[in-house]
Structures are given as C-alpha cells and as structure tokens.
Design a protein around this ligand. Structure first.
Ligand code: 13P
Length: 349
C-alpha cells in the first residue's frame, strides 16, 4: 500500500470518533517500535519527523526507512508527516521527498523561536496549502503558540502564555484552508510541562470545545501530549538519571479532547523517556555490556509498549483495516473539485 494521506486517516478517525497518535522518529529502532505496536494493536499510523530529525538521520535514510516500514507492514496505513515545518521551503522539500503531510508552523518566525504576527502566519501557511493540496498532501497549521522547546523549535515559556483565540482560529482556517489545526490550550513540548499534578482545570478545554464547534471539519491537533508517566521517570532516576519531578498531560484530558474534535495527538517525550530508561537500566546493571543490540533491543521494546498503550487509549486500535487507502493523486482531485474543502461553520458561535 502506498503512503496514505494524513487527511484520509484523520477523516476516518473523525467518522470513528477516535484520535490518532503522531509519534516522532529519528532512527530505525523508533520506526520499528511504532510499526510493531501498530501491528500488535491493528492501528493506522502517523509517523512524523521534525527538522532536527531530518538533519540527524539525513532525509534519504529516514524516508527510505519509512518506505521499508510500508513494504513490511502492508496491512497498516501509514501517513508520513513533517512536524513543525518552519518555512515554505522546509515543507516543500518534505513534499518533494514524498511526505504525505506537512505542518507549517507559522505561529513562529522562520527562526523557530520568535512568535510571528497573525498575518505572517496566514500568508506562509496559505502558500504551503497552495503548493501541497494540488499534490494531494495534507497541511496542518498552528494558531496560538505552544510552550517549551523541542529539537530547538519553540518559543519556550509556559503553555499558558499564548492560548489560541477561537475567533482567530476560525479566520485562520477560513483564509488558509488547512486540513488540521494545532491549537494552544496550555500544553508544551518536552518533559517539564507542569510542576504539580494537573487537575481538570489546567488545560483550556473550553477553548478547544469552542473551536471545534465552529470548525467541525478542521481536525484539531494536540501537541505536547506526552503524559510523562512517573514509572518511566523513576526508571531513569533509579539507574543514574537526574530528572526533576514533573507532570505531563493526563491521558483522560487527551481523551476529553478526542471527544471534542482532536484527531491527531503528538507524542515524542514519552518515547524518549522509555528508550532512555531501558538503555540506562542495561548499562547500569550490566556494565560489562558493549554490544549496542544489548540495550537497543530493550529500548525498542520499551517504546513499543508505550506506543501500543497510547494507540489503545486514543482509540485508533482496531481501525487499521477499516478503509481502503485513497491514492494521493485522487486526494488531489478532491481538493481541486472542492469535495475536501474544510469550510468553517462561522454561524454556530
Ligand atoms: P511531547 O514533548 O509532549 O511528546 O510533544 C511532542 C510534540 O508535540 C511534537 O510536535
């Protein structure tokens, strides 16, 4: 099966009322962990690579690993997504490589740090949509600014600094035609999201619900959605690590989001924690080991366990075979004839 349009995966998720985890990768073992988890749970998959990941692995290595995954797991629909594209050129290069989805994060300027203006964001995102849609490629935009930094990308600060304004979200979706929209509701990238256990009032779910009501056809995306589980933190610290006490986004909050229009859920940190904990454990308890397979195998298994759990919790488990993937050339026709337009219901305020 060829790589699948992310738009199709998310449209199907909307029909089924579930969310799809979008897991970041840098290397072969992470891709293998995701694919084994998908096979185990019979889940459709979104694999995403940041600019940092593309640089680390080199484009060709990373993309050919995805093609290998696609060949080895023909029963699993896979969408390949550029996470946090910082410019038109970054998105264009991903599309030219064969990615079936790109995020144009125009909420920040090209340096990936400084918040941009609304008009700048609309302008660059619309340009990416105009390039991507005729090629059948999905576009995710971002409005509002997430907290924290990931792979050198991010404004830093707390997730509560730049919460999305629902009016701006509607105008942004209308003027850009994005398929999916990342909104800022108080989450942030990385391990240090909250300094105490967040209760139900920490995330701005009312903002999310208001946006979904007015943009029912634009799939909402929750970034910074790692739950930073205490058991994964403890393994790292038990075997010589020095993580400070921290809390992530409770899975119940993500599930509440999924009941209110969240279709793509970004998770990276939890997998990093799982991998690092497993490697530390081997090196700490068996210091005589030096074959990388002795620690990479448990690391891969630890990530598979986290991914399979999230796939089950987000509801995508069991849905890999529900639908026939549409070639992206057909998806391109849907954009051209207007059948895939995501028109906001501005009236339903
Ligand atoms: P976490 O750091 O919470 O895993 O978020 C990852 C993310 O949003 C990638 O875009």
């Amino acid at each position: 099966m060829p790589l699948v349009s992310m738009r199709q995966l998310l449209d199907e998720a909307a029909k089924g009322g579930y969310g799809v985890g979008a897991f970041n990768v840098n290397d072969m073992e992470q891709i293998q962990a995701i694919m084994e988890a998908a096979k185990q749970t019979n889940s459709p998959v979104i694999i995403q690579a940041s600019r940092g990941a593309r640089q680390f692995a080199q484009d060709k290595f990373l993309f050919h690993l995805i093609l290998a995954a696609n060949e080895l797991y023909p029963e699993i629909p896979i969408a390949m997504h550029q996470d946090h594209g910082n410019s038109f050129e970054t998105c264009k290069s991903a599309i030219e490589l064969g990615y079936t989805s790109v995020m144009m994060d125009g909420s920040l300027k090209e340096d990936g740090k400084t918040p941009s203006t609304f008009e700048e964001n609309v302008e660059v995102t619309r340009r990416v949509v105009e390039f991507a849609h005729p090629r059948g490629v999905t576009v995710e935009g971002e409005i509002g600014v997430l907290g924290g930094v990931e792979d050198g990308h991010g404004a830093g600060g707390s997730g509560l600094d730049h919460i999305t304004d629902p009016d701006q979200a509607v105008e942004f979706a209308e003027r850009t035609g994005v398929d999916a929209l990342a909104i800022a509701i108080g989450t942030s990238h990385g391990a240090y999201k909250f300094t105490k256990k967040p209760d139900g009032s920490v995330l701005k779910m009312d903002v999310l619900i208001a946006i979904h009501k007015r943009l029912p056809h634009t799939h909402l995306v929750m970034h910074g959605s790692s739950s930073v589980p205490k058991d994964l933190q403890d393994i790292i610290n038990q075997y010589g690590g020095k993580l400070k006490e921290t809390w992530g986004v409770p899975v119940e909050e993500i599930q509440l989001g999924i009941r209110n229009g969240v279709r793509k859920v970004n998770v990276d940190t939890d997998n990093r924690l799982a991998i690092t904990g497993a490697i530390r454990k081997v090196l700490w308890t068996q210091p005589e080991k030096f074959d990388p397979r002795d620690y990479m195998k448990p690391a891969r298994e630890a990530m598979q366990k986290v991914v399979a759990q999230r796939m089950t919790e987000f509801g995508q488990a069991g849905h890999a075979g529900d639908y026939k993937p549409i070639p992206i050339t057909e998806i391109a026709k849907g954009y051209a004839d207007g059948s895939l337009a995501t028109r906001p219901l501005v009236a339903a305020k």
